[in-house]
Ligand binder design. Structure first.
Ligand code: TMP
Length: 238
């Protein structure tokens, strides 16, 4: 593909996005920068960008093969991914299998409690408000999505959960929870967007419960780079 990378148009916490010579495609550059708690904590996780792109690529291929549409087109190199240009839906979609993170705090329920069935939550993507929890009804009422779209987000998120939960168990990892983002094509089609990586999932090693994700950074547990490399090996076999 003779795609020209043009100017950057968005500097995110973990990725920088670039326009390209094809107006329907963008390039995402995966950085090593890490933030947590709405940028109150920041640092670097060496090699993170490479790990997150490789894991995202492998998981998007798996999900595509199971009928989940994604924005992924191809990886140009270790840190740059070509993806379809989409309008990001301003909702973060979180799926939880076990209690952790903000769910544990919000309801004072012990971390690790197994939920009887997966829970899907929506959060409003708005840094200045601290990304608050939002109901589907409120999201529809303030014009962020249609009833059909919120139902589709819920349905797709649950399907992604079933596929990923089963996959991770084959590599000795329990998928505790994760966050998805979706984008819309000009014709309104919803695609899975952003990344799926240890930055936006909680992974616990089966048997030991060892955390193999960004909680090591959030909670200063040490061994962060090793955990990311461990996940890379498990997912890509490399
Ligand atoms: P939470 O327990 O902090 O709400 O997080 C739930 C999941 O979503 C967890 O796997 C981490 C991920 N997540 C993100 O990827 N980005 C975010 O901004 C937040 C708050 C959570």
């Amino acid at each position: 593909m003779s795609l020209k990378i043009l100017d950057s148009f968005y500097e995110g916490k973990a990725k920088t996005l670039f326009h390209t010579s094809d107006p329907t495609l963008i390039v995402q550059y995966f950085k090593d920068d890490a933030t947590a708690f709405n940028r109150q904590k920041f640092g670097q996780i060496v090699g993170k960008g490479v790990v997150n792109l490789a894991i995202t690529k492998a998981l998007y291929k798996l999900l595509e093969s199971k009928g989940i549409p994604t924005h992924f087109v191809e990886a140009l190199d270790e840190r740059r991914m070509v993806s379809r240009k989409v309008e990001i839906v301003p909702l973060e979609v979180v799926v939880r299998n076990r209690v952790a993170g903000t769910f544990a705090k919000r309801y004072a329920v012990a971390e690790g409690t197994i939920l009887p069935a997966p829970i899907v939550e929506f959060f409003l993507k708005k840094d200045e408000l601290g990304d608050p929890l939002i109901t589907a009804e409120a999201a529809i009422a303030i014009g962020l999505a249609t009833p059909h779209e919120t139902a589709e987000l819920d349905r797709l998120a649950r399907k992604v959960n079933e596929i990923l939960k089963a996959f991770f168990l084959t590599v000795g990892v329990e998928l505790i929870d994760f966050k998805l983002e979706f984008g819309k094509l000009p014709d309104g089609t919803l695609l899975l967007a952003d990344e799926i990586s240890p930055d936006c999932c909680r992974f616990w090693e089966v048997g030991t419960g060892k955390k193999l994700d960004k909680d090591r950074f959030r909670q200063d547990l040490g061994g962060i780079e090793d955990a990311y490399q461990d996940m890379l090996k498990r997912v890509t076999g490399g």
